[in-house]
Design a protein around this ligand. Structure first.
Ligand code: 13P
Length: 276
């Protein structure tokens, strides 16, 4: 059984005040929501602050759980919000000005790392091969890659969607083997749906997710069956449930709506309800 994952990609948004407010708001709004992994990826500048706020929130949750039932099992209850990040370098140290290493991300408690986002592919010329190297380096360092794939509007209109997604995934499979996808997350984000309000229909998204899974299944049915495939692109509380009702959509990577605690929590709740 695949476990749903809803992740917020905050992109280049935030301030100390906003990060504090949003994490506190999320902690409250997600209270009692179970059966979905919820992750946030703030700008890297705020990982330290986010880590501190999350560990405070989690220790509060733990002490509540402990006083409820005084058992050892419960003392582990709940690191509710998983910390993530939006990018990573291919080195753990050295003369790479401006870059951030897996070791640094780990030190600040980030585990789920977005790579290959279309904004990085476009504005930083990141190729499939370069993204695949990041994928390998994250795995080598024990972190969870969230591999973004997806087609442009022109590619969509030309009927190339599945071929583009397959090519982007094959960059990983052909260099690292299909098993490298075990434990990783794939986020299918059609570029034309990102930040536009023009979301893919749930049926179209399901069709592409099924095709992506079938492509992976050509190499390994087991890996295909277990890999989490999120949908991303204008996901909102209003349309989230329709995506999560689809058998091959295992969660969402959320941009704009992740900047509002109530909206993001509503999306996470919709995933929990649909998948459990
Ligand atoms: P929006 O939800 O704002 O469309 O962004 C999606 C996205 O790019 C998440 O990575």
């Amino acid at each position: 059984m695949r476990h749903p994952v809803v992740m917020g990609n905050w992109k280049l948004n935030g301030s100390k005040e906003m990060v504090s407010g949003l994490i506190k708001g999320l902690d409250a709004a997600l209270n009692g929501v179970e059966g979905v992994d919820v992750a946030i990826a703030p700008p890297v500048m705020y990982l330290d602050l986010a880590e501190q706020l999350l560990s405070k929130a989690n220790s509060k949750a733990n002490s509540k759980a402990n006083s409820k039932a005084n058992s050892k099992a419960n003392s582990k209850a709940n690191s509710k919000i998983i910390l993530g990040s939006q990018n990573v370098d291919l080195h753990n140290n050295g003369a790479f000005t401006g870059d951030i290493s897996p070791a640094m991300l780990k030190e600040f408690g980030a585990s789920h790392i977005i790579i290959g986002h279309s904004e990085r592919r476009e504005y930083h010329n990141e190729s499939d091969e370069f993204v695949a190297k990041k994928f390998a380096f994250l795995k080598e360092n024990g972190l969870t890659p969230v591999l973004c794939i997806g087609e442009s509007e022109a590619q969509n209109e030309a009927g190339e969607t599945v071929a583009v997604c397959a090519r982007q995934i094959d960059a990983v499979i052909n260099t690292q083997g299909v098993e490298a996808l075990n434990g990783a997350i794939i986020a299918y984000e059609p570029i034309w749906a990102i930040g536009t309000g023009k979301a893919a229909t749930a049926d179209d998204a399901q069709r592409i997710h099924a095709a992506i899974r079938a492509h992976i299944a050509e190499k390994s049915e087991e890996v295909a069956k277990n890999v989490v495939i999120q949908y991303g692109g204008s996901v909102k509380p209003e349309n989230a449930a329709a995506y999560f009702a689809q058998p091959d959509i295992d969660g969402a990577l959320v941009g704009g709506a992740a900047l509002d605690a109530e909206s993001f929590a509503a999306i996470a709740k919709a995933a929990a309800e649909a998948k459990n």
